[in-house]
Design a protein around this ligand. Sequence first.
Ligand code: CMC
Length: 392
Amino acid sequence: TGVVTYDPGFMNTAACRSEITYIDGDAGILRYRGYPIEQLAARSTYLEVSYLLAKGELPTPAQYEAFETRVLRHTHVHEGFRALIRAFPRTAHPMAIVSSAISALPGFYPEVFETSDDEAEELASILLLAKTPTIVAYVLNHVNGEEMLDAEPSHGFIEDFLRLALGQSREGEFGPEVVAAMDMLFVLHADHEQNCSTATVRAVGSADTNLFLSVAAGINALSGPKHGGANEAVLSMLEEIRDTHGDAGSFVTKVKDKASGARLMGFGHRVYKNYDPRAAIVKEATDSVLKALGARDELLDLAMGLEEIALSDEYFVQRKLYPNVDFYTGLIYRAMGFPTSMFTPLFAVGRTPGWIAQWREMMHDPATKIARPRQVYTGPDERDFVALSERR
Ligand code: CMC
């Protein structure tokens, strides 16, 4: 009742209060629980950040050890997941398979919900965090026609994910630089306040939907090319420029012509009207990770050239369009050996701690109400029904 505000895309509507992530889009600042993203990227880890996001404080050494042990105990998945994944055509988009597998979690682990509410919440969080990387690795194995090996937590969380995902398709072990880079990329993706997928997780969870199914909805939102699908779209764009136009300048000209329908993928952000701090970190890391992998990539030079042209172009300057996190990540994933279609599933692994923390915060917030936006009706006024036989 009362006056309804029309606000497409919720540009100006805060749907919740949150203590998790702070963004100042004009200044290009991002902090998790007060800690600057630059410090977390350089000095923390994915598992530690997962703890921080959900619990609000960094763990003590004893708390960290207990948490890590508990997560590692659950990285294996029920045998049924192998069958579920294998049931898909190998050409299916990995995000469709990942989404289905995450939706299947409450079916395979119903006992999670048979404990007290607090324990159910904690256990569901641990299971989701632990099993998502294994599921994503198995999806890649399936796409590659490889065996789905058993998780071996003694390797370490990130190491075992890389081993499961890429161990059969590349020669040799990953060096510590590569493990650290994967860990850091996950840290950078861990949360980003009320983005499309997180807002979806909250909207679905506000109906008291369980954590697994709420996050599955977030994964579907993430798959869109304007959101998590952008990292895949950036690579396709760079390849298209290389293979067709040949030079970045003519692609930028095409993007500026709205009639072309093309966007410069990996550029622009609803909140950042400045350089995305995550993009700055990834850009700096790309060169060294590629060197550590002994990989040279002509697409990196192309991307840097494209960025330079865009940043000095009036169209992008006026609209405050800068590279976002997705602009450079794909180049690192590609150098590691991930196919382009796996980039968005990697984003999903990274974002899982944020979805969990946001869902939990919402569940404990007494102000939470079921998400139910209003609308401004613009359809016909009342009119009388005409029987089918009488319609012309
Ligand atoms: N290339 C060309 N023009 C753009 C771009 C772009 N990438 N992004 C925005 N614009 C233009 C847009 O056409 C509009 O121009 P005008 O004012 O003349 O109509 C203006 O800039 C504002 O754009 P908007 O679409 O109203 O902005 P938004 O806040 O609704 O959209 C966005 C944000 C991220 C969806 C958009 O910038 C975009 O589509 N970017 C490309 C996809 C991408 O990289 N997404 C990843 C986002 S970051 C990580 C993640 O969430 O996954």
